[in-house]
Ligand binder design. Structure first.
Ligand code: ARG
Length: 460
């Protein structure tokens, strides 16, 4: 069995259960590429300051590259006895290259090593996640442009409120994602700080050139305090908070898609490729993808709470508790990436049923506010106008007609100021067209907003 790198001061072997209990290799092996990247940079820096010879550095680097290949090909045998990814790789390196391998850990601790690995990993993942967000945003813009004239009911309290354009609704989703995108990029700034050189907690007696290592690894700078460097996990908490907001948004989108595909709304069809059937009810086509995304938001919110709780009472500096940061973080990354991918793949194939949306907007007196505004323009104070329109709505309900189906005489009995020009503003088209200002639902505005958003997307 592999001797443990720290076995020097021990007289008894580790209890077998404790060995398994304290090991993280089952999940932290995903950090292997970053562990290797960090070690190669550390070795190059050790060479630069004269701790490693040119030859030693060369052998270490080649050895690590070889191990990278073994891992990629699935030939590496991970050992629980060697606890974690760091010791597995280091032990294998020494097994392969001998003496030089034993020098790699000079001026380094697993504490600064693991914090560095996680940051390199997360930086890479943020860059992938951001690309998925942009892909979903681009899909939303295409759909919004196509549906700039499509009228649907807008809701408050899930009751028909005022007509809106479907394109406008999609652009609301787009805006939420824009903020998510900015938040992630901002979070990335705090991720991209290098712990290496902090060693176990107090720094090291070797004259490490931390700025050089940071540069090699693409970090903005080395962490300014060694105690903070090894124990800070707020970058991970912050990332999961960003992820939670994105999942919250995706969950809201999902909820709407689910409602809209139901026969009661009938606003959209989801592509067959993104739905599943029922094992008993032959007629069923279920919106599983949005339902799962809605459901998966819960686990990400849970991970946020779990990481906050993990950190909340830890004294400085490193504690083994920190090993528990990985599973919530990794699962957050996987969940978020998959959910964004599902949405970005699905949205271009969403089929709107323009007719059903239109018919639905015709029910529920969605143009009542337009009529009140009309009366105000004729000189009626808004509160009186509200009352008059309320009566018109009641007449409509009692006689089963929309406002536009009331006769001019009936309307004039409610207010003499009403003229034949009223019918134009009572149409759904008139209603959306009239909300023609920056941020409004008018088709013109939707098209302008799409154009502007495309310009912003092209800049990134
Ligand atoms: N596997 C550990 C972790 O994930 C690496 C650091 C261990 N350091 C230590 N002193 N036990 O946090």
């Amino acid at each position: 069995s592999e001797p443990k790198p720290w076995a020097g001061r021990f007289t008894e072997a580790t209890d077998a259960f404790v060995e398994a209990f304290t090991a993280s290799i089952d999940f932290d092996k995903r950090l292997a590429p970053y562990d290797i990247q960090g070690s190669i940079a550390h070795a190059a820096m050790l060479k630069r300051i004269g701790v490693l010879s040119e030859e030693e550095c060369e052998i270490i680097t080649q050895g690590l590259e070889h191990i990278r290949g073994e891992i990629e090909r699935g030939e590496f045998s991970w050992s629980v006895k060697l606890e974690d990814v760091h010791m597995n790789i280091e032990a294998r390196l020494t097994e392969r290259i001998g003496e030089a391998g034993k020098k790699l850990h000079t001026g380094r601790s697993r504490n600064d090593q693991v914090a560095t690995d996680v940051r390199l990993y997360l930086r890479h993942e943020i860059d992938q996640i951001v690309r998925e967000i942009l892909r979903l945003q681009a899909a939303l813009l295409d759909l919004a442009e196509r549906e700039a004239d499509t009228i649907m009911p807008g809701f408050t309290h899930l009751q028909v409120a005022q007509p809106v354009t479907f394109g406008h609704h999609l652009l609301a989703w787009y805006e939420m994602l824009s903020r998510d995108y900015e938040r992630l990029l901002d979070c990335r700034k705090r991720v991209n700080i290098m712990p290496l050189g902090a060693a176990a907690l107090a720094g090291t007696t070797f004259p490490l050139d931390r700025f050089y290592t940071a540069e090699l690894l693409g970090f903005d700078r080395p962490a300014a305090n060694s105690l903070d460097a090894v124990s800070d996990r707020d970058f991970a908490v912050e990332f999961i908070a960003c992820a939670s907001l994105i999942m919250m948004h995706l969950s809201r989108f999902s909820e709407e898609l689910i409602l809209w595909t139901s026969a009661q709304f009938g606003f959209i069809d989801l592509p067959d490729a993104f739905c599943t059937g029922s094992s008993i009810m032959p007629q069923k086509k279920n919106p599983d993808v949005p339902e799962l995304v809605r459901g998966k938001s819960g686990r990400v919110f849970g991970h946020l709470m779990s990481l906050l709780t993990l950190m909340k009472s830890q004294p400085l500096a490193y504690n083994k508790d920190n090993q528990e940061d990985k599973e919530p973080l990794f699962d957050t990354v996987d969940t978020l990436r998959n959910c964004l991918r599902a949405f970005a793949d699905m949205m271009p194939h969403v089929q709107p049923n323009r007719d059903s949306m239109y018919k639905s907007a015709q029910k529920g007196y969605a143009t009542a506010t337009d009529l009140a505004d009309y009366l105000v323009r004729k000189g009626v104070p808004f509160r009186d106008a509200h009352e008059i329109v309320g009566k018109a709505v009641r007449l409509g309900i009692e006689t089963g007609r929309d406002l536009s189906r009331l006769s001019l005489t009936e309307l004039q009995q409610l207010s003499a100021t009403i003229g034949p020009d009223v019918f134009e503003i009572l149409t759904l088209e008139g209603s959306v067209r009239a909300r023609n200002h920056f941020g409004g639902t008018a088709p013109n505005q939707v098209r302008a907003a799409v154009k502007q958003a495309r310009r912003r997307l092209e800049e990134v």
